[in-house]
Each structure stands twice: as C-alpha cells, then as structure tokens.
Design a protein around this ligand. Structure first.
Ligand code: ADP
Ligand code: ASP
Ligand code: MG
Length: 414
C-alpha cells in the first residue's frame, strides 16, 4: 500500500463543484490502494479578501491577529472537503494545523515548520482507511498562537507532511498543468517542463514564479520528497521536481522568471570608512527587511561612496525611515528610494559549466530596449533589475533569446 499527499490550491477549490472534483481525486487515489492525506488552501481569492478586510479595519493590523484571521480561510476548505468525501460515501476527517501538532517558530506571517507532533493519530486514522485532510499554510507556535507560513505556504505544509510520513509522492494540484519555462500568463509561448531540478525550482520560486512556495522546495530537497506538479482539471502528466536526471544536464537555461514590486534604496555620498556598511545593514536587519543585491561604488578620491540595494516593495516605508535616520546622522548623504522596480532572471544548473549566458541575456534586453539598473549573478542564476513597466517585455525577450519555447535538444548547449 502506498501513501500519497495531494495538495489542492485555491482556484482548484473555488466552488462546490470543484471541491467535489478534488474529493473524487482523493477517493480515486484511495481506491487505488493508497493511504491519502489531502492538504487544502483557502477557496479561490478568499485569503486576499481576508487581507482586504483587515485593512478596512486598520492600516496597521497586528501580525498575530492577521495570522489568526488568515488561517480561517483554510479551515473553511478542510471542512467542506471532508463533507464532499463523506457525501461520496467514504471516510474522511479534517484537521487544522494546530490539531495535528504542526509546530512552527513564532514569526507571524512567515513562520517555519519545526515539527508535527500528532503523527500517531494520523497514522492510525490512515490505517483505518480514513482520508486525512489538513489545512495548509498554518501551524501553531509553542504557546499555541496560530501562525501562517507566508503566502502560497500550503505547498510547504504538503511537502512537510509528505516528508514526515515518507509519502511515495507529493502531488501539487493547481490551475496550470505543470511547471513552465516561464509564467504562462505572461509568456504565452512558455513550454511545460517534464522535469526540473530542486535547485532550479528553488531559484525560480524565489525569483517570482509563484507556482511553488520556495520553502516547500527546500524541504523537498532536504527530505528527498518526490514532488509532482499537475493540473486539477486533467489527468495529463505534469512536472516532476527531482534531484538528478542525467540527460537534463544539457540544458543551460531551464526557465525565466519575473519578480515585480521591488524597490531600490540609493544612499549617495556615504562616508567611506570602516563600519559604515555594517551600521547601515544592522538597521536594515533589525527591521527584518530582506535585502537582495547590494552595490557599492567608491568615488574618486576615496572619501565617499554610493551604496544601493534592492528590497521588496512591502518594506519601502521601513527603508524610508532608515534613510531618514541615516541622513540625520550623516549630513551630506543623499537618500533616494525608487519604487516600481522589477527583476528578470534566468535559471539553469547548466550555467555552472557554460559561459556566455550573461552576454546573451544583456543582448536580448538591449534589443528589447530595456535598461538594466543592476545585475546580480550566482552559480545558476543571472538577474537584472529593471523598471517594472518593462517587466513583461523583458521576460518575453529573455525567454525568446534562450529559445525556451523549443525545449532541450540533444547535444545542444543552449
Ligand atoms: P495555487 O492556488 O494552486 O497554489 P498559484 O496561483 O499559487 O496556484 O500558482 C499557479 C500559478 O503560478 C499559475 O496560474 C501561473 O500563472 C503561475 N506561475 C508563475 N510562474 C510559473 C511557471 N514557471 N510555471 C507555471 N506556473 C507559473
Ligand atoms: N491561502 C494561502 C494564500 O493564498 C496559502 C496558499 O494558498 O497556499 O496565500
Ligand atoms: Mg500557490
């Protein structure tokens, strides 16, 4: 007998008919002689609606109460899913994150999973033939405060359960039929991938491909969980997220992604002496601002420097406040925060052994008349910060330049 974890995203549960359809999938897996754990997201846009509601009450909702509120979306889905399975004549029981002892740290809004304590109960329910339904995206901290794992976090719940119960596979059912070479909503000619490496998916997810929560890929990689991303609506094979597969190595660039809603903080004429960068970024870290790339340029003569860095749009206010503090302490320093920035990236493990990717990307952006504000690279990624207005155009240009619509060809070193 196998064990399968199936996760259904919000659009796959948008109404009663879709919930019944998801329930039928879970039942089918059970009738195929599997134990089945189902993880569900909140229905359709309901998490967004809850966020809106909170901001109708106050523009500064407490982070604890925000998690308390957002976790309710998934609680609706678990109960309805259990009812749908009962309606079809099968056993099912639903649980919130807290009820299965899904313990997290206490970072509201982006908590990390530490443990799942009520495993014994789940094992015995599965043995009795019950389909176990678990609310995605949520857990509890050591004091039983409800926490959430970050937007899109139900994927992470699913992979964590698959790891904890050593599932044969973690199936992610969504509104696309797999992982594509780029977001198919932005690049219509994007191609569905049969496989992708954990490292590549991890980068794409962090660089804007919202199809998988990046933490879920980290967990999948660490615990060797087989993840299969596929459509809720068809039986077509989707995309396997895997560790190694020999013939995949021939692809240099696997996919491209676009991350919007970024900002750049530019600190001009900062004194060039030891300790300044540490002083600036200590404040940034204290406010839990996530910093992407950092550039420092020393002026001629060496007494001053310009430092700039990229942050998420949601952290703009906090960054502005730091800017004000610093300019009060360092007269002569100029602070500018530019919003509406984006980052276009290409990702592929083949870059480890091939050169020329960066120049091809820059040429594609030049031809599309997109100005590059900053460049950052790592072993398997090249990213360019650009103006958000150029984002969609840049993504399509880069996708075309690497012929990602064509797929891998034998012996080709694209
Ligand atoms: P769910 O509600 O099922 O979790 P999400 O909205 O989180 O679904 O993720 C699916 C969406 O991710 C797709 O509709 C697609 O527009 C977007 N997406 C972004 N990048 C990619 C990609 N590389 N491949 C597939 N889908 C992508
Ligand atoms: N409902 C949550 C969200 O919309 C979690 C998820 O869908 O994975 O972000
Ligand atoms: Mg999602």
């Amino acid at each position: 007998m196998g064990l399968i974890v199936q996760k259904f995203g919000g659009t796959s549960l948008a109404n009663a008919e879709k919930i019944h359809r998801a329930a039928r999938r879970a039942i089918r897996a059970k009738l195929d002689n599997n134990q089945v754990i189902v993880v569900v997201s909140a229905m359709d846009q309901s998490t967004d609606e809850l966020v809106d509601l909170a901001y109708q009450i106050t523009d500064r909702p407490s982070r604890r109460e925000m998690d308390q509120l957002l976790a309710t979306g998934e609680q609706v889905s678990i109960a309805l899913m259990a009812m749908a399975i009962h309606h079809a004549g099968h056993d099912a029981i639903s649980f919130t994150g807290g009820q299965i002892g899904l313990k997290t740290d206490r970072t509201y809004g982006r908590a990390r999973i530490r443990d799942i304590t009520e495993r014994g109960r789940i094992v015995s329910l599965l043995k009795q033939g019950s389909i176990v339904i678990v609310a995605g995206f949520q857990g509890v901290d050591e004091s039983f405060n409800i926490t959430t794992l970050g937007r899109g976090g139900s994927d992470t719940t699913a992979v964590a359960l698959a790891a904890a119960f050593k599932a044969d596979v973690c199936e992610i059912y969504t509104d696309v039929d797999g992982i594509y070479s780029a977001d198919p909503r932005l690049v219509p000619e994007a191609r569905k991938l049969d496989h992708i490496f954990y490292d590549e998916m991890l980068e794409l997810a962090s660089l804007g491909a919202q199809v998988m929560h990046s933490r879920s890929i980290e967990l999948g990689k660490n615990y060797n969980v087989r993840i299969h991303v596929r459509s809720s609506y068809t039986d077509a094979k989707g995309t396997d997220i895997v560790n190694v597969a020999g013939d995949l190595e021939q692809v240099i660039v696997r996919g491209a992604a676009l991350k919007k809603n970024l900002a750049r903080v530019e600190l001009g004429r900062v004194p060039n002496r030891p300790g300044i960068a540490s002083e600036i970024f200590r404040r940034v870290a204290e406010r839990e601002i996530i910093v992407d790339d950092i550039i420092q340029v020393i002026h001629e003569g060496g007494t001053t420097a310009d430092i700039s860095f990229t942050i998420e749009g949601g952290d703009i206010e906090a960054a502005r406040n730091i800017g004000h503090e610093l300019s009060a302490e360092m007269p002569g320093m100029k602070v500018q925060v530019r919003d509406k920035m984006a980052k276009v990236s290409v990702v592929g493990v083949g870059m480890r052994t091939h050169t020329g990717v960066a120049s091809r990307m820059f040429e594609a952006l030049r031809q599309a008349n997109v100005n590059i504000e900053n460049i950052s690279t790592s072993e398997i990624v090249i990213s360019c910060v650009i103006n958000q207005d150029d984002g969609d155009k840049a993504l399509r240009a880069v996708h075309a330049a690497f012929e990602l619509d064509q797929g891998p060809r034998n012996g080709d070193s694209k």
